[in-house]
Each structure stands twice: as structure tokens, then as C-alpha cells.
Design a protein around this ligand. Structure first.
Ligand code: HEM
Length: 532
């Protein structure tokens, strides 16, 4: 009686059926211990006499308390606070011209998905409406394996190279001596770092805009940020940027509303997503693609591999190719939303990486952190992480191994086994990395094509309406107003002046400071590539 009860009334697909096999529902069942012993009294510990002491012998008490003592796992080092939901994805038309990915080619196929939205800086219990970037991570459960599109609600990022990620996060997280402030970027260490990293200028404009205060997770855009590759059946590649376009439109709250809401209902976004799905108002997004032919790699003024740049939609329109619908809340927050382990390295045939140096570093980071967060090498066996296809390979053992592998051999080649898994030829669906030609010197540097930090920041500011521009001015004035070190405020004014003089002047006025007079021009990294 422990399985399958939840399936009634739920959308059925390969993933929900698989998850149902792991669900437990105790309603009407007998209570027992983890070894199956029926429990007669769950209210009283075993005592010597009516008034104690409690006996060490009480294994029922010990089992219950031991399990409780170990209920917590480390929260995610970033994106700790999140909310998830199940759903489906369906492509409108086959995209065979660009990709052989199965889920992008069969309009009849409903691909099960799990989505997790998150804030970045706050801890697990922080407020939903902090001024922050939002994570928008989507897992597609396909017969060719799990594909994760681990994106954000902003199309660019703060840094160009993964080697700066620990610095960025150390700067934005609460300060190490007093663990203040919770879930806010308005403090010295964040702005100190930002003011010394001109490459963050574009992303900072997004983070200070209304985009950082979404009205609802249902009303956010999503972006894969990096340039990826699509590969078709002939092996031809195109570059691609992934987008999610919410069918409810993009909406934000104002800063004073955000502060009010954070005080009164820190679960504002979580509750909104949950209630919408419970009431049948299923949130929907269209998947958008910006496809760039490989021949056009060097056509633009920015580098396609630079994650602080977007590809303007006027240059490459976004084609809407399919729809994502979230239609079911998780049964258990921990087992699903908390235990899911996204990774942009989870790809399927027909999709591949680019050489974006931020992307390349992420390929290492996610599995590495999950080994600790989820307690060892078997976290892909957790129900929410299992692919919908069975897994056969020669990996074995480790903490919490669930699979009982049969046979004498777990190595290849071998002459003893008779039911070993075999490699899959490319033509039969085996994954082969894109055969990109690389001829290069091994060097630790940044290409000059990454050096223009302000043009797109300015483009973004100029794309805003007057009220939106005012919100950016107010946000910067508020945030920098919390910075105690005057030199940091002044250095930020220098950065802002390179984006837009008017913007910098207004923020300076709000802060009661003068604009620095010796402003550099729109180039703050010298041509030899050393950051300022
Ligand atoms: C988690 C997005 C850059 C390391 C996440 C999550 C998202 C995300 C959405 C939450 C996943 C979830 O809900 O479970 C992004 C985007 C990036 C970016 C869009 C830049 C374009 C990086 C970089 C690194 C990194 C450069 C490290 C080099 C991590 C780690 C986690 C994480 C360690 C926690 C994963 C876990 O514990 O499961 N990221 N991230 N991220 N990200 Fe990133």
C-alpha cells in the first residue's frame, strides 16, 4: 500500500510513473521502525519505573532521534533558496535543420520536466523578494538522458571567467565576520568587488533594474546565458542562445513593495507558484532560440563566447519553438526540490557546449559541489535525479549505493561477462562531442574581444523607459548609500559614468558626492589584458 497512491488525478508520464514507485503514503497504514518492526507506543520513551530514567536500551527512541539529528544536508552554496514544480515540454515543429535532439524534433512527444526557480545570494530561509538574480533551471527527462538548461532570469553574467566565481560569491554573500547582511547586495564587500570589476557593469545594470524584483516566478524570462551549440544529424553545428518567454508577460514589483512583501510574506514567490499550480492556472513559457550560423562566429562587435554580452534580438530574432507548462507541485520539497542536482554538463546528443570560459568552469563545479551536498557519488540514483531510462555502466559501490548490479565483471574489455553493457555507435545515438578544431597556445589570458565592458550596459540603460531608468537610479542610490567606504562609492560613480554620465550624475547627487573629474573613457582594461 505504500506506492502509487499519489498518481490519481496527476498528469502521467514516464517520470511521474517512475517517481510514483518511490513515493510513500502512510495513511491508514501501521507505523513501524526502519527495519519493519511494528511500533506499539510512539509517545513515550522506555523508562525504568514511572518517573525515569530513560533507558539506553530504547532503540525505538534512538532510531527516531538519530534520524532526526541527521535530517539536514548542506544548502546549495549558491541558489540555496528555491521552489520547484513538475511539468511538460512540447516542441511545435521538428528542428531537424539545427539539431538531432529527440525532444526538439517530435511535436507529439511530451517531455517530462522539473523546474527550480531560486534566488542566488540568500540562504535557504531568506526572503523571496530580495534584490537578486533569479535562477531558472529546467531539467528535461528524455529517452537520451537528462538535459539540464541551468539558466537565470537575466541574459548575461557578472564575470567572464569561472576562476572569478568564488570571488564574486564571497563578495555578495554576508560578510564573514558578522554574517551581515542576509540576502542583500547592499554592502561594502559586494560593491568593492563590483567597482573593481568593470566587466560586471552590464550585469549590474540588470541587477539594479526592475528585473531583479519579479512580480512572480510565472512572470520572468529565462536565459541559458552562454552560447551553446546545436548539432544536426549531419554533424553540422550552429551557435544558439536559449530563452524562456513567459506567456503571462514580464512583470516586476517596485522596491518599496518588495520591502513590504519581504517583511510580510517572505514566501511570496513560493506561495504564488504553488497556489497557481494548485488552482489549475498552469504557468507557461515558450522556448526561444537565437540561432547563429557557425560562419557568423566573428560577425559581431562582441564575442559570442563572452557571457557578459547578449545577442541583441534586433540582430538575431528569437524564434519560439515550443512550450513549457508547469502542471504539478512536488509531493515533497526535500525529496524533489532540494535533492535535484542540476548541471549544465547534462546534455543530450544534438546539443553541445561552446568555449565560453564561464561555461567551461561551470562544467566542473556542479558535480563537485553535489558530491558533498548530496553525500557521495550515488546522487544520480536519487529518484528526482534518475533518468527515465535504466542506467548500465561499470561504475560501482560508494556510500548509499541503491542498484544491485549483477554479474562477475564490472570492467571493459572483458572475456568473462555475458551481460555487460556495450558502447553505442554514433549512428545509433551514442554521444560524440562536437569535433571542433583547436589550434592554440596554452595561455592564461583573456582575449581582447572581451574588453568592451560598457557598450551593452549603456544599450541596456537606454532601452529602459523613464520610470525604469528612475528605478535604476533609486536602486543604485539606495545600495551605494549602504556602503560605508566612501572610496568604493566614488569608484562606482566612475564605472557608472562610463555607462551614462546622466545616470552617474543623478546617483552622485543622491549620495551627496561629486562625480570624479578624472574619468577614464570607455575602456578600463588596458590592451595587455590586465584588469585595472
Ligand atoms: C547553482 C545558474 C555560474 C556554480 C546554480 C543554480 C542555477 C545556476 C540556476 C541553481 C540550480 C538549482 O536550482 O539546483 C548559473 C548561471 C551562471 C552560473 C546562469 C552563469 C551564467 C556559475 C559558475 C559557477 C557556478 C561560474 C562556478 C564556477 C554553481 C554551484 C551551484 C550553482 C556550485 C550549486 C549547485 C548545487 O548545489 O546543486 N547555478 N550559475 N555557477 N551554481 Fe551556478
Amino acid at each position: 500500500g505504500v506506492i502509487d497512491k499519489q498518481l490519481v488525478g496527476q498528469p502521467e508520464n514516464d517520470k511521474t510513473t517512475q517517481l510514483a514507485a518511490h513515493t510513500a503514503d502512510g495513511a491508514g497504514e501501521h507505523m513501524n521502525t526502519n527495519t519493519g518492526l511494528p511500533i506499539n507506543d510512539d509517545q513515550n520513551s522506555l523508562k525504568a519505573g514511572d518517573r525515569g530514567p530513560t533507558l539506553l536500551e530504547d532503540f525505538i527512541l534512538r532510531e527516531k532521534i538519530t534520524h532526526f539529528d541527521h535530517e539536514r544536508i548542506p544548502e546549495r552554496v549558491v541558489h540555496a533558496r528555491g521552489s520547484g514544480a513538475h511539468g511538460v515540454f512540447q516542441v511545435y515543429e521538428p528542428l531537424e535543420e539545427y539539431t538531432k535532439a529527440g525532444f526538439l524534433n517530435d511535436p507529439k512527444r511530451e517531455t517530462p520536466v522539473f523546474v527550480r526557480f531560486s534566488t542566488v545570494a540568500g540562504s535557504r530561509g531568506s526572503s523571496d523578494l530580495a534584490r537578486d538574480v533569479r535562477g531558472f533551471a529546467v531539467r528535461f527527462y528524455t529517452p537520451e538522458g537528462n538535459f539540464d538548461l541551468v539558466g537565470n532570469n537575466m541574459p548575461v553574467f557578472f564575470i567572464q571567467d569561472a576562476i572569478k566565481f568564488p570571488d564574486l560569491i564571497h563578495a555578495v554573500k554576508p560578510e564573514p565576520d558578522n554574517e551581515i547582511p542576509q540576502a542583500a547586495s547592499a554592502h561594502d564587500t559586494f560593491w568593492d568587488f563590483i567597482s573593481l570589476m568593470p566587466e560586471s557593469a552590464h550585469m549590474v545594470m540588470w541587477a539594479m533594474s526592475d528585473r531583479a524584483l519579479p512580480r512572480s516566478y510565472r512572470m520572468m524570462e529565462g536565459f541559458g546565458v552562454h552560447t551553446f551549440r546545436l548539432i544536426n544529424a549531419e554533424g553540422k553545428a550552429s551557435f544558439v542562445k536559449f530563452h524562456w518567454k513567459p506567456l503571462l508577460g514580464v512583470h516586476s514589483v517596485a522596491w518599496d513593495e518588495a520591502q513590504n512583501i519581504s517583511g510580510k510574506d517572505p514566501d511570496f514567490h513560493r506561495r504564488d507558484l504553488w497556489d497557481a499550480i494548485e488552482s489549475g492556472a498552469f504557468p507557461e513559457w515558450e522556448l526561444g532560440l537565437q540561432i547563429i550560423p557557425e560562419e557568423d562566429e566573428f560577425k559581431y562587435e562582441f564575442d559570442l563566447l563572452d557571457p557578459t554580452k547578449l545577442v541583441p534580438e534586433e540582430l538575431v530574432p528569437v524564434q519560439r519553438v515550443g512550450k513549457l507548462t508547469l502542471n504539478r507541485n512536488p509531493d515533497n520539497f526535500f525529496a524533489e526540490t532540494e535533492q535535484i542536482a542540476f548541471h549544465l554538463g547534462h546534455i543530450v546528443p544534438g546539443i553541445d557546449f561552446s568555449n565560453d570560459p564561464l561555461l567551461q568552469g561551470r562544467l566542473f563545479s556542479y558535480t563537485d559541489t553535489q558530491l558533498t551536498r548530496l553525500g557521495g557519488p550515488n546522487f544520480q540514483e536519487i529518484p528526482i535525479n534518475r533518468p527515465i531510462v535504466p542506467v548500465y555502466n561499470n561504475q560501482r559501490d560508494g556510500f548509499m549505493r541503491q542498484t544491485i548490479n549483477k554479474g562477475k565483471t564490472s570492467y571493459s574489455p572483458n572475456s568473462l561477462g555475458n551481460n555487460d553493457p556495450q558502447q553505442v555507435k554514433e549512428a545509433e545515438g551514442g554521444f560524440v562531442s562536437y569535433r571542433e578544431r583547436i589550434e592554440a597556445r596554452k595561455e592564461r589570458l583573456r582575449n581582447k574581444s572581451f574588453f568592451d565592458h560598457f557598450s551593452q550596459a549603456r544599450l541596456f540603460f537606454n532601452s529602459q523607459s523613464d520610470p525604469e531608468k528612475n528605478h535604476i537610479v533609486d536602486a543604485l542610490t539606495f545600495e551605494l548609500g549602504k556602503v560605508k567606504t566612501v572610496a568604493i562609492r566614488e569608484r562606482m560613480l566612475g564605472i557608472l559614468a562610463q555607462i551614462d554620465k546622466g545616470l552617474a550624475t543623478q546617483v552622485a547627487y543622491g549620495l551627496g558626492l561629486h562625480l570624479p573629474t578624472d574619468l577614464p573613457t570607455n575602456q578600463s582594461i588596458p590592451a595587455d589584458g590586465d584588469p585595472v
